[in-house]
Design a protein around this ligand. Structure first.
Ligand code: HEC
Length: 97
C-alpha cells in the first residue's frame, strides 16, 4: 500500500515538509548515493551539494531530485526513505525552510 498512488505520495511529500528523519537519511545516503558523487567530484562527494549554482533551489526540488536519483540507481526506496534522505540533505547542506 505504501506505493499505491503516486499523486497522494507527492501531496504527502509536499505537505509533510519535516517528516523525514535525517539520521536514517544519512545512512541510506552513505549506502546508495555517496560513491558516485565521490567518483565524480572527489573528496567526500559533498561538493555536489555545495556547488554554485546548484540545480536545487527549493525543498520540493530537492525531494524530486532525491526521488529521481533513487529511481535511477534502482535503490528501490519507498517514499519514506526518500523523505529521510531529503531531510538529511536539507539539514546538512541546503537549509531550505
Ligand atoms: C551514477 C552516479 C550517481 C548516483 C548513484 C547518484 N547521483 Fe546524485 N548526481 C549525480 C550527477 C552526475 C549529478 C549532477 C547532475 C547535473 O549536474 O545535472 C547529481 C546531482 C545530485 C543532486 C543535485 C545537486 C545540486 O544541488 O546541484 C542531488 C540532490 C543528488 N544528486 C542526490 C542523489 C541521491 C539522494 C542519490 C542516491 C539515491 C544520488 N544522488 C545518487 C550522479 C549520481
Amino acid at each position: 500500500m505504501r506505493i499505491a498512488i503516486p499523486l497522494s505520495c507527492l501531496l504527502l511529500a509536499v505537505s509533510a515538509q519535516a517528516a523525514g528523519d535525517p539520521k536514517l537519511g544519512k545512512a541510506l545516503h552513505d549506502k546508495q548515493c555517496v560513491a558516485c558523487h565521490v567518483k565524480l567530484l572527489g573528496g567526500d562527494g559533498s561538493a555536489m551539494y555545495t556547488r554554485k549554482p546548484h540545480l536545487i533551489n527549493s525543498a520540493t526540488a530537492l525531494k524530486q531530485r532525491v526521488a529521481a536519483c533513487s529511481a535511477q540507481t534502482s535503490a528501490g526506496w519507498f517514499p519514506e526513505e526518500e523523505e529521510h534522505v531529503a531531510a538529511w540533505l536539507n539539514q546538512t547542506y541546503y537549509k531550505f525552510k
